[in-house]
Design a protein around this ligand. Sequence first.
Ligand SMILES: Nc1ncnc2c1ncn2[C@@H]1O[C@H](COP(=O)(O)OP(=O)(O)OP(=O)(O)O)[C@@H](O)[C@H]1O
Ligand SMILES: [Mg+2]
Length: 268
Amino acid sequence: MTTPFILTVSNRKGGTGKSTTSVNLAAEWAARGTRTLVVDLDTQGHAGLGLGIAPPKGSPAAHDMFRHPTFELLSAVTATSWPSLSCVPADPLFDGTDACRDVSILARQLRRIEVAAAFDVIILDTPPSLDFVLTNAMAAADGVLIPLLPHILAAEGVKQLSRLFFRIATSANPGLKMLGLLPVMVNARVNHHREVISGVTRQFGAERMLRGIRSDISLAEAFAAGQPVRSYAPKSRGAMDYHLLAEEIPRLWRRPLPLPSSQSRASA
Ligand SMILES: Nc1ncnc2c1ncn2[C@@H]1O[C@H](COP(=O)(O)OP(=O)(O)OP(=O)(O)O)[C@@H](O)[C@H]1O
Ligand SMILES: [Mg+2]
């Protein structure tokens, strides 16, 4: 049994396309047969909403792991309407009071043998705040994907996240890789967008820059409809760009997209 690949989608700035990227990347990989889990670590609960999930109040949620030492993540896994695509929803009422702030709680949950047997890829949608939840995500992940807006302040959010990355990669999680920077909501005809992207490329290196996601209202509409864009508007620019991103990332982490082994397929 191989361990699932764990990707955290993070940026210290808010509104940079983290939830949109988590949902649509997950839907692309699930559509290829990869058993994909989205863990919604942001109490705003946007990843769950984007996947059309509205669990009843009080159901098990991702944030329960920070409250109860005996909590089991699998108890909160919720199926979506799309095959191979599941979500652990967020708890919108979680405020961190009385939470256990150990940096390795999520890592321990995700490395459990039952979780490893159930999923090939796990995507962590993270909050923009620099708190113990984001630190847990960085400590649990194999790779970090940073969506960023082509805006003058883009480099600042990335720098702040990079500092956290180096802190975690030199302590709790030495295997952590910076997978790439993903410009989102890009309009190539806008000079300012091109200038910001070249500036960030110079600062962080061309090998870390992904092709990016163009600005497309279909992505916002799909999200509001609780659907991945590949279902809501399969011919849209957004659907095309997330399709290409889903091909690009496995090339960056230099391993093929994990698929269920024949053994787990047979026993499913
Ligand atoms: N490529 C895009 N084109 C147009 N709109 C987009 C695109 N990507 C995301 N959006 C919209 O931008 C807004 C912010 O996106 P999203 O919620 O994914 O960001 P976020 O980083 O998760 O935000 P937060 O920090 O609040 O969690 C949403 O309304 C979303 O629908
Ligand atoms: Mg979000």
